[in-house]
Design a protein around this ligand. Structure first.
Ligand code: NDP
Length: 449
């Protein structure tokens, strides 16, 4: 295992997020390999850590002043043993191949846990939609799709949204795909409700994370009711995590963006949340404006050079990191434990550094990794694909019930796998093992391809 990791690092030394994700998964699945000679003999680790395909392309576009810009586009098809590649597109200045590979790798195991027929992929661009006009975003999306369309399809690869890619971007991408391919198919998920989208898809990642947290708390005979919660981010996942916490009787104290966070001791209620949705999704403003609208709240700017995020210092019962990777480091983890947090449930992908995960486990806190806790988003994307294939649209309650059931089942699967391999209560080990075994068995059934 060490030899495989060294080889991967030597080959692509700059892909540190991918190496971090590899370390985490491979450490968890070691006992599985120890027990299974066939997995070792057939080199499943070498195969599962190498993407089936990587597409990189130029994305030229023109801004409103007639200036030409060139961004880089990516789509990684990591593994298709369980179905067509499935995973979001991220538009953010930090995007590079290492980040897309880490996200695609995580997606393989996450999709496996949902039990739906989806392989794992991810894509995106270093284009940042922040501060761009709608027309600029549309021209960028059209140029991006002018290359991507030849590599995707409803039975090949079905992208969705992620950071910087919401309903607006999915609309522009879909419009261009439809024009170029001369067909109206379910090639993207997260579509508008009027043209093939699924009810509950926008809510699914956040709602699913809170359903998962409720299951975890129930193992200690507790519930979300009256729990003080810290939420980071203020985009899609953070908004619907907050909404579900409020519906279940919890209190949300914080939200953030890349400039800082707001703390509202009185709690962010449904009315204030409606303001945040309008601020972030329509006006595309900054979270600092919340503190101007609601003087009982404070805005705290965060300088990344500080080395920790004071958001995680506030005393609370539960933490829901819903912004981005590595937003909780060792110092933050110590602050969370000291502040009385009992549960950390990841809405974002890999928001916790390995050092911080160890601290959570040392304190026997309930800790759920994103690949289990945020799988509700891709699960409902899978349901959107099913509805598109049948040209049907299921009612809200039906999709929400299925989402709840899927999150319950992922929770049980994680605990069972953790028990079976001698790490009871370790959701990270359980998620990695259960996701891995299903994918690897499918790969072996399908021969050396
Ligand atoms: P959005 O673009 O809607 O929101 C992202 C939020 O995170 C924004 O508030 C953004 O602030 C903040 N953020 C982004 N980068 C940073 C950074 N470097 N430091 C601090 N804050 C940052 O994205 P989503 O809500 O869709 O995604 C959030 C996370 O959830 C990601 O990790 C994503 O991979 C994961 N996820 C999303 C799913 C989905 O269905 N959308 C499904 C599963 C996982 P700012 O506006 O300042 O950039």
């Amino acid at each position: 295992m060490d030899a495989i990791i060294s080889r991967i690092i030597d080959r692509d030394p700059d892909q540190k997020e991918f190496h971090q994700a590899l370390h985490e998964v491979l450490a968890s699945v070691k006992p599985v390999l120890d027990r299974n000679f066939e997995y070792r003999q057939l080199a499943v680790l070498d195969r599962i850590t190498e993407p089936e395909r990587v597409i990189m392309f130029r994305v030229p576009w023109m801004d409103d002043d007639g200036q030409v810009h060139v961004n880089r586009g990516f789509r990684v098809g990591m593994n298709s043993a369980l179905g067509p590649y499935k995973g979001g597109l991220r538009f953010h200045a930090s995007v590079n191949l290492g980040i897309i590979k880490f996200l695609a790798f995580e997606q393989v195991f996450k999709n496996s846990l949902t039990t739906l027929a989806m392989g794992g992929g991810k894509g995106g661009s270093d284009f940042d939609p922040k501060g761009k006009s709608d027309n600029e975003v549309m021209r960028f999306c059209q140029s991006f799709m002018a290359e991507l369309y030849r590599h995707i399809g409803p039975n090949t690869d079905v992208p969705a949204g992620d950071i910087g890619v919401g309903a607006r971007e999915i609309g522009y991408l879909f419009g261009m795909y439809k024009k170029l391919k001369n067909e109206f198919t379910g090639v993207l998920t997260g579509k508008g409700l009027g043209w093939g989208g699924s009810l509950i898809r926008p809510e699914a990642t956040g709602y699913g994370a809170v359903y998962f947290a409720a299951e975890m708390l129930q193992t200690r005979r507790e519930s979300i009711e009256n729990k003080r919660c810290l939420v980071s981010g203020s985009g899609n996942v953070a908004q619907f995590t907050t909404e579900k916490i409020l519906q279940l009787g919890g209190k949300v104290l914080t939200l953030s963006d890349s400039s800082g966070y707001i703390f509202d001791e009185q709690g962010i209620d449904q009315h204030k949340l409606a303001y945040v949705k309008q601020l972030k999704n329509i006006r595309r403003g900054r979270i600092s404006e919340y503190a101007m609208q609601y003087p009982e709240a404070v805005h705290v700017p965060v300088d990344p050079s500080l080395g920790y995020n004071p958001l995680w210092e506030h005393g609370a019962d539960c933490a829901f990191p819903c912004a981005t990777q590595n937003e909780i480091n060792g110092v933050d983890a110590v602050h969370l434990a000291k502040g009385g947090v009992q549960l950390i449930c990841e809405g974002a992908n890999m928001p916790t550094t390995p050092e911080a995960v160890d601290i959570f486990h040392d304190h026997t806190l309930l800790y759920a990794p994103g690949k289990a806790a945020n799988a509700g988003g891709v699960a409902v994307s899978g349901l959107e694909m099913a509805q598109n294939s049948m040209r049907l649209s299921w009612p809200r309650k039906e999709v929400d019930d299925r989402l709840k059931q899927i999150m319950k089942s992922i929770h049980r699967t994680c605990l069972d796998a953790a028990d079976e391999y001698g790490t009871p209560g370790n959701y990270m080990a359980g998620a990695n093992i259960a996701g891995f075994v299903k994918v690897v068995n499918a790969m072996l059934d399908q021969g050396l391809v």
